[in-house]
Design a protein around this ligand. Structure first.
Ligand SMILES: Nc1ncnc2c1ncn2[C@@H]1O[C@H](COP(=O)(O)OP(=O)(O)OP(=O)(O)O)[C@@H](O)[C@H]1O
Length: 353
């Protein structure tokens, strides 16, 4: 049996709206498990149900084999980190972290040792006496993390802990959170709507949509082998291809077919710009007119109007020479296994020839 099991969870608000509609997830010991999805898909509702802040309409939750739904929230032994730092401004860093230990009847000496350990883990040991007001957002969030960890919880829950931080700090702190989580080895459920963050931080990702699960898998599986159109679009970018003779010819050239295909799409990084229009032996060639060129430093995006529709082509490491003028005609190579096929329900289907 898995360490944390959520089985067929449903949460209904009002007459008929289901924020969770039959959700089942299983999280293993020490695992970093992320709930990823757009606003309103039910991530926070699921997290709050595990924490005990709201009760499910139906379904089961077990932790270490015990039924969690009958345990009151304050007895669940779960550490939580929120989006707003939720630190007490009038308490020192030390006292903020010690706060969770006070009702647990821990001796003063043990409190000192455990707080010191938690502060060292988040690299705030030199700031134990400071007041939070004199600290940056990133540092305040580290206090929140130390406070959640100091109780040695059975489970850590984090609800968009980085969303109030600027872009650079988000990246720094997400690396730290991942390192600390691996060090303390506490099973963690992390909520985000940021796909890049989810890919960077997780052992496994659960992609949610409208109260249901679309796919659960490693970051590589979610990005590299999306099982639904929703997942492929939400995690990464897709170019949808217009149906017609040009698409049929392209698929024929690639020896691909799928009788039930309702739509076909390709990722921008699976298209290559052909230098001087030189054809390649692998893949299919399309030509078209550049309608936009966006330089992003590490990469560039070329928007091209082709006979299968508008395609964004990703150019990795674009040098000065990669610059393309709007109106220029270019040739693109479609990599052999680039096209993904989806059925009428948006499920990915096999597209072997
Ligand atoms: N107490 C409530 N009463 C009624 N509806 C609610 C309640 N709490 C949440 N909802 C609704 O349930 C749905 C899921 O909400 P939830 O907060 O779980 O989404 P989320 O995926 O966490 O979104 P976000 O990223 O915006 O926080 C939303 O449509 C929300 O409006």
């Amino acid at each position: 049996m898995s360490y944390l099991s959520v089985n067929n969870a449903t949460k209904q608000f009002g007459e008929s709206f289901k924020a969770l509609n039959g959700i089942s997830v299983a999280v293993e010991r020490g695992e970093f498990f992320t709930l990823l999805g757009p606003s309103g898909c039910g991530k926070t509702t699921l997290l709050r149900s595990i924490a005990g802040f709201n009760d499910l309409t139906s379904g089961e939750i077990t932790l270490g084999g015990a039924n969690l739904r009958v345990v009151p929230p304050h007895q669940r032994d779960i550490g939580m980190v929120f989006q707003d730092y939720a630190v007490f401004p009038h308490l020192s860093v030390f006292d903020n972290v010690a706060f969770g230990l006070k009702p647990r009847k821990v001796s003063a000496e043990a409190i000192k040792a455990r707080v010191a350990e938690a502060l060292a883990a988040v690299r705030l040991d030199a700031m134990a006496d400071r007041l939070p007001a004199a600290m940056s957002g990133g540092q305040q969030q580290r206090i929140g993390l130390a406070r959640a960890m100091v109780i040695n919880p059975q489970l850590l829950l984090m609800d968009e802990p980085l969303s109030n931080l600027d872009a650079k700090l988000r990246i720094e702190l997400r690396e730290e959170i991942r390192d600390i989580q691996k060090q303390v080895n506490i099973a963690t459920i992390y909520v985000t709507h940021d796909q890049e963050e989810a890919l960077a931080i997780s052992d496994r990702i659960c992609v949610m949509n409208a109260g249901r699960i679309e796919q659960i898998g490693t970051p590589q599986e979610i990005y590299g082998n999306p099982q639904t159109q929703f997942v492929a679009t939400f995690v990464g970018t897709l170019n949808f291809l217009n149906a017609g003779a040009a698409l049929d010819a392209m698929l024929g050239q690639l020896n691909l077919s799928a009788a039930a295909a309702k739509s076909w799409a390709v990722r921008p990084e699976h298209l290559d710009l052909l230098v001087d229009g030189a054809p390649t032996s692998d893949g299919a060639t399309l030509s078209g007119m550049v309608s936009k060129f966006t330089y992003l430093g590490r990469e560039a995006h070329l928007q091209v109007e082709t006979e299968v529709g508008r395609l964004v082509v990703q150019l990795a490491n674009p040098g000065m020479a990669a610059t393309k003028a709007v109106g220029e005609t270019v040739s693109i190579n479609v990599q052999p296994s680039a096209p993904m096929a989806f059925d009428a329900e948006g499920r990915r289907i096999s597209s072997k020839g």
